[in-house]
Design a protein around this ligand. Structure first.
Ligand code: F6P
Length: 341
């Protein structure tokens, strides 16, 4: 039995640990053989394949990125489609697919499974916004990177008596902002789930300034103050026709400065949050998910993805997992808000 593994969508620290976990468990315990599709669904559609075995995955768990490459290719476009993929897989002797990816990847995997392909999934997003799993690998790494950055912003902010605004990832939800903001002791945490006015933000900043010297604000890229009611649309589309995200930190800083009179600087952390080595937590979680997905293929759990429920690995139907965003609940925000005001 040969299984093809792909990583698709935005990368995420821990992807290589999933690949390694699956290949080691599969080859050593489950009697499986593996190949890797290059660059996500593009490799499936074009039959761009590399060998995966114990040797090729040696030492990769601590590497960022993905040894397979990734892309946002839609498997139904271009020379793709169900019949072409079935033909390619049959020609290369590939029976089934392990798809490691986010919402878009898993939606494509579901469509292909419904058309008769044998696919199991592993969820991936640094944003940690998938409701069907308690944590996604990569999130812990992103939070650690953002926390380190804010610890640094704090010291330079205090030295200059400035307000520092750190913009972190999170286009729909504020998990990275919430966790890194709590860890770094931010004075203001702004997330898409919580409507917050400019007046309130400036009030928190002023109070933090009066108590100390350098207020720290963390803002998720998807946040908009309730008084700016034209969320991202006014920023238009990027060169690829996607809504332009980010930039909210740069927009807030001059407003805070003008209203409070406190000199303010903004830093956008951007893709730094997705780069470099995964934390130990993410390596362990990703390795466990990789091993579990090899078992899921052995047990023919097609159309399902592995997930973390508490500390246990569970299996969730694609149809149950898709389209359900895990937002920050009010009580979690309220805990963090004890730090403000
Ligand atoms: O979904 C994960 C994410 O990191 C978002 O937080 C961010 O908006 C987006 O990906 C960036 O995507 P890209 O790498 O395509 O610019």
């Amino acid at each position: 039995m040969t299984i093809g593994i792909l990583t698709s969508g935005g990368d995420c620290p821990g992807l290589n640990a999933v690949i390694r976990g699956a290949v080691l468990r599969g080859t050593e315990i489950n009697g499986q053989d593996f190949v890797g599709f290059r660059d996500g669904w593009r490799g499936v559609v074009t039959s761009d394949i590399i060998e995966l075995n114990r040797g090729t995955v040696r030492g990769i768990a601590k590497q960022g990125g993905t040894i397979l490459g990734t892309s946002r290719t839609n498997p139904f476009e271009g020379s793709g489609g169900v019949e072409a993929i079935k033909r390619n897989m049959a020609e290369r002797g590939i029976d089934s697919i392990i798809a490691i990816g986010g919402e878009g990847t898993l939606a494509a995997a579901k469509r292909l499974t419904d058309a008769g392909l044998k696919i199991v999934g592993v969820p991936k997003t640094v944003d940690n916004d998938l409701d069907a799993t308690d944590y996604t690998f990569g999130f812990d790494t992103a939070v650690q990177i953002a926390t380190d950055a804010m610890d640094r912003l704090r010291t330079t902010g205090e030295a200059h008596s400035r307000c520092m605004v750190a913009e972190v990832m999170g286009r729909h939800v504020g998990w990275i902002a919430l966790h890194s903001g709590m860890a770094a002791g931010a004075h203001v945490i702004l997330i898409p789930e919580q409507k917050t006015s400019i007046d309130q933000i400036c009030d928190w900043v002023q109070k933090a300034f009066d108590r100390g010297r350098g207020p720290l604000v963390v803002v998720a890229e998807g946040f908009m103050p309730d008084t700016m009611d034209d969320p991202h649309s006014e920023r238009g589309l990027d060169a690829f026709g996607r809504p332009r995200l980010g930039g909210i930190g740069e927009r807030l800083a001059p407003i805070i400065e003008e209203r409070t009179g406190i000199e303010t600087r903004a830093t956008t952390l951007g893709h730094i949050q997705r780069g470099g080595v995964p934390t130990a937590f993410d390596r362990v979680l990703a390795t466990r998910l990789g091993m579990a997905v090899s078992d899921a293929v052995r047990d023919e759990r097609w159309g399902r993805m592995v997930a973390l429920h508490g500390t246990n690995i569970a299996h969730v139907d694609f149809s149950e997992a898709l389209g359900k965003l895990k937002t920050v609940p009010q009580d979690r925000y309220d805990e963090a808000a004890v730090l403000f005001g």
